[in-house]
Ligand binder design. Structure first.
Ligand code: FES
Ligand SMILES: [Fe+2]
Length: 339
């Protein structure tokens, strides 16, 4: 259920998220047309202006409230409203009202409500308010030995924090993803520790993984199983960088995952599958592997109640192998309530 404007203003999570860079789209989704995106219950429009930069504004024409994302972009890179053809330059100012002689000045108040927008790592990031933190880092993005594959965005009816927590929940890997990320005959979670930094968590875990070579060929192990060390950096609130190093081959698979809150209870996950091996092999198995995992996870995470992961730890059961979830909830508590 959408929150009222008053509820949003008084909701600390909403207020903090408005001042956070959040992912809203793959950059590759932008072509020569404007596109609509949604962020925290706001309808926004993205377009690429003639200098190649990405622009973002509320998806409302100031004239009659028409969705600008139904419009077009002219040769100068101005966005054109589909109703009466008014044109708006990248700075948001209206530069053409076809119904009025060009001799008549256009009032300065005829302008779009622009928003801060950055293209980075092939993703578009938007901040609805004043950003208080940097965009999370993707350290290997410019590494020429890495190949990055965009996976289909995953739209889930769940809270963003439940989606993020699922991505780093070690206990479910062998059980829910039996034969893919672990095995049901070996569910003991290996020892690990979590380091909490300001707005970040850092942790490693070395585990046995089954070979997927018969079906997907995404795992770099020589026998039926091999060791893999997973190194995670989690940036509050909703971004994970994960590097999985295979002991048998010394190669790495990397996942960069960031979540777009459409509202506080619906979200979209953007995930890169990156690798420094099999660069001449097709990318499809990597995307299909991730899609299969996501479809195993989705109904589970959408079923979780309460929808919001309780930040009061005693409201759910946490056992010693759940220390990442405990640290993540503390991170969120700090991020939303003390920074
Ligand atoms: S509604 Fe956009 S130009 Fe009239
Ligand atoms: Fe999973």
């Amino acid at each position: 259920m959408p929150l009222s404007v008053d509820d949003r203003a008084s909701n600390p999570t909403f207020r903090k998220l408005r001042d956070t860079w959040l992912v809203v789209s793959w950059a590759s989704a932008l072509s020569d047309r404007p596109i609509p995106v949604e962020l925290l219950e706001e309808k926004l429009v993205l377009w690429r202006s003639s200098d190649g930069t990405v622009q973002c504004a509320y998806d409302r024409c100031p004239h009659r409230g028409t969705q600008l994302s139904l419009g077009s972009i002219d040769e100068q890179g101005a966005i054109i409203c589909p109703y009466h053809g008014w044109a708006f330059e990248p700075d948001g100012m209206c530069v053409n009202v076809p119904q009025m002689s060009s001799e008549v000045p256009i009032p300065k108040r005829v302008k779009l409500q622009k928003l801060s927008c950055i293209e980075r790592y092939g993703l578009i990031w938007v901040c609805l308010g004043e950003p208080t933190e940097q965009i999370p880092q993707f350290p290997l993005f410019d590494d020429p030995d890495m190949r990055h594959v965009e996976c289909a965005p995953y739209m889930w009816n769940c809270t963003p924090e439940r989606m993020v927590e699922n991505f780093m929940d070690f206990g479910h890997l062998g059980y829910l993803h039996d034969g893919l990320l672990g095995s049901r005959d070996d569910l003991i979670v290996p020892e690990h520790s979590v380091t909490s930094e300001k707005n970040r968590l850092v942790f490693d875990l070395t585990m046995d993984v089954p070979s997927t070579n018969d079906s997907f060929g995404v795992t770099q192990v020589e026998g039926d199983r091999g060791k893999q060390t997973n190194s995670y950096v989690v940036s509050a609130p909703y971004t994970i960088f994960l590097q999985s190093r295979y002991h048998d081959s010394g190669t790495s698979r990397v996942l960069f995952f960031s979540v777009q809150p459409l509202s506080l209870e619906r979200c979209v996950g953007y995930c890169y599958q990156s690798r420094d091996f099999d660069l001449d092999q097709p990318d499809a198995p990597f995307e299909e592997f991730q899609a299969l995992l996501a479809e195993q996870d989705r109904p589970i995470v959408e079923s979780q109640l309460p929808k919001h992961a309780p930040l009061k730890l005693s409201d759910e059961v946490h056992l010693p192998f759940d220390k990442v979830a405990v640290a993540y909830r503390r991170l969120l508590k700090d991020f939303f309530y003390t920074t």
